[in-house]
Design a binder for this molecule. Structure first.
Ligand SMILES: NC(=O)c1ccc[n+]([C@@H]2O[C@H](COP(=O)([O-])OP(=O)(O)OC[C@H]3O[C@@H](n4cnc5c(N)ncnc54)[C@H](O)[C@@H]3O)[C@@H](O)[C@H]2O)c1
Ligand SMILES: O=C(O)C[C@H](O)C(=O)O
Length: 307
């Protein structure tokens, strides 16, 4: 399994590190436009191989896509992150051009690749890749919901005063400060609905904290987060590489599922060796379906800025 990660910045390097530590890929190629940056990150990471006990070979490249040839999976993290006070949508002007160029370079050298889009505004960047490349929809995946769900579980565990491993829950919808739909009524602690333990008010607080999870960290760090984003991407790559058929909420092109059309937005999917092998259609509570519909309208509004 060969994986390319374009953008050797905070998220790209974190993602490469988690992929290597999980030891399922033979090679990770890190690409960046900054001279020698990816090569430096690759060398630094390779010097952790004997310490962390992995065999994955990590290679760096300054914009030379021949090194990425025949990748099975490619991850796009290139582009600018937001600063405190900004929305993800404000990044569209710079990131759309970068994502378009990078996606075309990847496909030129790896025509059969499965693409994971991370750069923000992620749902719109995934839609852009879908429209530009014309690949089958199972091979274009946007990463947002896996991260948002991990943050949801973190906040639920905090409220329940229990380890996150006790908790299960999922966030669907757009990867934005207002568009996320945390499915609180379906969340559980060891198979028991969390609604048994937490009041409606506390659950509303958990949902609100989850929606602004990225903005909260951006305010604290001065730039956006990277550890949980990198770990979330590596989990998607792992499921594809090892044909695990795990279910994650991912941004995918919808053609009627959930009553939505012609956009990419987060819904539960099964990820295996062919990428998105199935969109899982849940029978949502009325309020969640309405929130998803509103989130889709907002994503479409951002998509219209691409024209
Ligand atoms: N979808 C998500 O859940 C999620 C999570 C975290 C971050 N992000 C997004 O990921 C992106 C990267 O965030 P980051 O914190 O790693 O930023 P960063 O600035 O640390 O890294 C971005 C890297 O991209 C490189 N780059 C820019 N243009 C390029 C090009 N044309 N070709 C190759 N490399 C190029 C830069 O040189 C830089 O090293 C941002 O848009 C951010 O908003 C998304
Ligand atoms: O918040 C951001 O801008 C980055 C990313 O989308 C995140 O959720 O961490």
């Amino acid at each position: 399994m060969k994986v390319t990660v374009v953008g050797a910045g905070a998220v790209g390097a974190s993602c490469a590190e988690y992929i290597a530590i999980k030891n399922f890929a033979s090679e990770v190629v890190l690409v960046d436009i900054k001279e020698n940056f990816a090569e430096g990150k690759a060398m630094d990471l390779m010097q952790t191989a004997s310490l962390n006990g992995f065999d994955t070979k990590i290679v760096g490249s300054t914009n030379d896509y021949t090194k990425t040839a025949n990748s099975d999976v490619a991850v796009i993290t290139s582009g600018i992150p937001r600063k405190p006070g900004m929305t993800r949508e404000e990044l569209i002007g710079i990131n759309a051009g970068i994502v378009k160029e990078v996606a075309q370079n990847i496909i030129k050298h790896s025509p059969n690749v499965i693409l994971i889009v991370v750069s923000n505004p992620m749902d719109t960047m995934t839609y852009l890749a879908h429209k530009e490349l014309g690949l089958p929809k199972n091979r274009i995946i946007g990463m947002g919901g896996a991260l948002d769900s991990a943050r949801f579980k973190y906040r639920l565990a905090e409220a329940l005063e229990c380890p996150a491993s006790d908790v299960d829950g999922m966030v669907i919808g757009g990867h934005s400060d207002t568009g996320m739909v945390p499915l609180t009524s379906l969340a559980t602690r060891n198979s028991v609905r969390v609604t048994e333990f937490l009041s409606d008010n506390r659950l509303d607080e958990v949902a609100a904290e989850t929606r602004v999870g990225g903005a909260t960290l951006t305010k604290m760090l001065g730039t956006s987060a990277w550890y949980a984003p990198g770990a979330a991407v590596s989990s998607l790559v792992h499921s594809i590489a090892c044909d695990q058929k795990k279910m994650f909420p991912c941004s995918t092109y919808l053609e009627g599922e959930y009553g939505l059309n012609d956009l990419c937005i987060g819904v539960p999917v099964i990820l295996g060796k062919d990428g998105i092998e199935k969109v899982v259609e849940l029978d949502l509570a009325e309020a969640d379906q309405k929130a998803l519909q509103e989130s889709a309208e907002a994503v479409k509004k951002t998509n219209s800025l691409l024209e």
